[in-house]
Design a protein around this ligand. Structure first.
Ligand code: DQA
Length: 146
């Protein structure tokens, strides 16, 4: 069994900490990566951590995960609400998928209420801030009995 959990982040999340901090908080992507590494380590897993503003890169990493990943934690940003292509890629992956959103998308604009990814996700964590990533990792570890 692979001991690597993929953590994938979509568009604009590179600006975390600077972008709308009232909604997304002050932590940066580097802070979130460190949090993910620490959480995974507790459960005996490693992390492969990526962010991209390009849909195809996220899709390529999901394809790579087919061979290499114990699970995927994904915050696809706004692609969540638009991308059938990311849904299709996730449907081609057999392991656990946990969808994360830093903000509570259900408290926000109507267009954020629908997620294509939720049709595939085994779990969905919204509105828990960046802690949601740690919950997602812990859940994947638990699904593997770790
Ligand atoms: C987000 C919510 C999305 O609606 C938004 O487009 C993002 C971030 C979140 O983490 O709360 O970019 O996924």
């Amino acid at each position: 069994m692979s001991k690597t959990i993929y953590v994938l982040n979509g568009p604009n999340l590179n600006l975390l900490g600077k972008r709308q901090p009232d909604i997304y908080g002050r932590e940066t992507m580097a802070d979130v990566e460190a949090l993910c590494v620490a959480e995974a380590k507790k459960h005996g897993f490693a992390i492969r951590y990526h962010q991209s503003n390009r849909e195809y890169e996220l899709i390529d990493w999901i394809h790579e995960a087919r061979e290499n990943a114990a699970g995927i934690v994904i915050n696809a940003g706004a692609f969540t609400h638009t991308s059938i292509a990311i849904l299709d890629a996730l449907n081609a992956y057999d392991g656990p998928v946990i969808e994360v959103h830093i903000s509570n998308v259900h408290k926000r604009e109507e267009f954020r209420h629908h997620s294509f990814i939720s049709a595939r996700a085994d779990g969905v964590i919204v509105g828990c801030g960046t802690q949601g990533y740690a919950f997602g990792i812990a859940r994947i570890a638990a699904l593997h009995g770790q």
